[in-house]
Design a protein around this ligand. Structure first.
Ligand code: HPA
Length: 261
């Protein structure tokens, strides 16, 4: 049996998954902690790599949200931890195997766009993959990346944001490998090529999800903004701002699910 079949077999023996919506929560984003229907630590799931970054729980939950339920991956794998691109996208394969066909991918990112402020929420419109990696090496090849961040779902979020008074930016996410934060020259470069925010996750996951036919919505919490040569950033600051953004993010996602997708 291959790895993914073994993992899915193990999980569906434990719980009757029938959720269509999956979510991946990024650094410091801690939401939907009530009404947990099922919960399992990554370390108990066969073949799941272990997450090594503070601020990531490493747990799969099924959570009741309004009249729906959602599979939440609390914690992800990053290239900068030393994982391969195949490891990084393993949770996406798991979600697909459990029946997910709509995936909300969240992350913490640094603002590049000069109009952004820490605490903003940005819908990802498109990405630029500067990690130098691609999880599809070896196949499937030539997956179409137009509309990778579903236009349909972005419209839904924009409408809900307007209705409930949560302002949403919309922009281009630049995905890098990390683990260092960016130099001022890199930030100027990312701005020049059209980036609005930069982060160390998401792009490989989205590529994998699209190859599996999953519809994706990407949401960045802008935890810090790169303004000038002296705007420094720390991981603690990223986690702290992530926590503050979590409240609005949960309200937004709850409304979206309530409205019916
Ligand atoms: N750069 C890269 N990744 C990040 C940042 C940043 O400024 N903030 C949060 N994640």
């Amino acid at each position: 049996m291959n790895k993914i079949d073994e993992t899915i077999g193990f999980l569906i023996n434990k719980y009757n998954f029938e959720q269509k919506i999956g979510m991946i929560l990024g650094s410091g984003l801690d939401i939907f902690n009530d009404f947990i229907l099922f919960s399992i630590d990554y370390k108990e799931i066969p073949n799941m790599p272990l997450s090594t970054v503070p601020g990531h729980k490493g747990r799969l939950d099924v959570v009741k949200v309004e009249s729906n339920s959602v599979i939440i991956m609390r914690g992800r794998y990053h290239l900068y931890e030393g994982y391969s691109s195949k490891d990084v996208v393993f949770p996406i394969e798991v979600l697909k195997g459990l029946g997910v066909d709509i995936l909300v991918i969240t992350n913490a990112s640094g603002g590049i766009n000069e109009t952004y402020v820490p605490g903003d929420i940005m819908l990802i419109k498109d990405h630029i993959n500067l990690t130098g990696e691609n999880p599809l090496i070896g196949g499937p090849n030539f997956v179409d990346m137009k509309n990778a961040y579903s236009y349909r779902l972005r419209q839904q979020f924009k409408e809900i944001g307007k209705n409930i008074g949560i302002e949403l930016k919309e922009g281009i996410y630049v995905g890098v490998k990390g683990p260092t934060y960016e130099t001022p020259a890199e930030i100027r470069f990312f701005r020049t090529i059209g980036g609005d925010a930069v982060g160390m996750s998401t792009v490989l996951e989205v590529i994998k999800a699209r190859s599996l036919g999953i519809e994706v919505v990407g949401i960045s919490s802008i935890t810090n903004v790169h303004k000038d040569e002296f705007s420094s950033v720390t991981h603690e600051e990223v986690l702290e701002m992530g926590k503050r953004i979590s409240r609005n993010l949960e309200i937004l996602l709850r409304e979206w699910i309530k409205r019916g997708i």
